[in-house]
Design a binder for this molecule. Structure first.
Ligand code: CDP
Length: 212
């Protein structure tokens, strides 16, 4: 089973993806890490985030080990990732990596922005996970505090709005639910409730019945 999970920043897709992957015994790819790793590689080399040629080279040279770097998970890298992610050559260079991951024997869980629309349009199940910007800012602030990073919730909310606008308005692979995606609004749900709701949506998508 290929399971595609898309949604905006801090909507809970990463946590959900990890949990679903463990539940179904499938490998999980947080595709945001790919864009974060491209951004980190440019910043480390002192290159501009909008330098298309350098960004394409960084994307083409990406290896799975680069995704383990803890610096990728910081707030600054999320912002930088959203800048390089708008560059079409970067997106094109990362397609193969993601598709071959999705082709893992038995399937895979991938989360991102364009998994159901561009990377795996043939995915067995597509979930589009959302939450209000305010709730997402609260979650991101909590997450950053736990990482030991400073977290100004008002600033994070402003960043989330900017990033939503950038991700949704870009010409290539904008953040958008696939026509056949199932929507999951997590604003008022706990992590366990989101997981349960996702399992029910997956069962429904696969034509299975679940007890309430
Ligand atoms: O959870 P959060 O959105 O903060 O981070 P992420 O999922 O790691 O994504 C960081 C940025 O990478 C996003 O704002 C998108 O611009 C970009 N991205 C993308 O364009 N396509 C993907 N499949 C995944 C991430």
């Amino acid at each position: 089973m290929i399971l595609a999970i898309d949604g905006p920043a801090a909507s809970g897709k990463g946590t959900l993806g990890k949990r679903l992957a463990a539940h179904f015994g499938l490998p999980h790819l947080d595709t945001g890490l790919l864009y974060r790793a491209v951004a980190l590689s440019l910043l480390e080399a002192g290159q501009d985030l909008t330098d298309e040629a350098a960004a394409r080279r960084a994307a083409e040279g990406l290896t799975a080990t680069a995704l383990d770097d803890d610096r990728l998970r910081g707030r600054a890298m999320g912002e930088a990732a959203s800048v390089v992610a708008a560059l079409p050559p970067v997106r094109a260079a990362l397609v193969e990596f993601q598709r071959s991951f999705a082709a893992s024997p038995g399937g895979a869980v991938l989360d991102g922005r364009d998994i159901g629309t561009v990377i795996c349009p043939e995915a067995d199940v597509k979930l589009f996970v959302t939450a209000s910007p305010e709730e997402r800012a609260r979650r991101r602030a909590r997450e950053l505090t736990m990482r030991g990073e400073a977290a100004d919730e008002a600033q994070i909310l402003a960043d989330i709005r900017t990033r939503d606008a950038r991700d949704s308005s870009r010409a290539t692979a904008p953040l958008l639910p696939a026509p056949d995606a199932r929507l999951l609004d997590t604003s008022n749900l706990t992590v366990d409730e989101v997981f349960a709701a996702a399992l029910a949506l997956i069962a429904a998508a696969r034509g299975q019945h679940t007890s309430p």
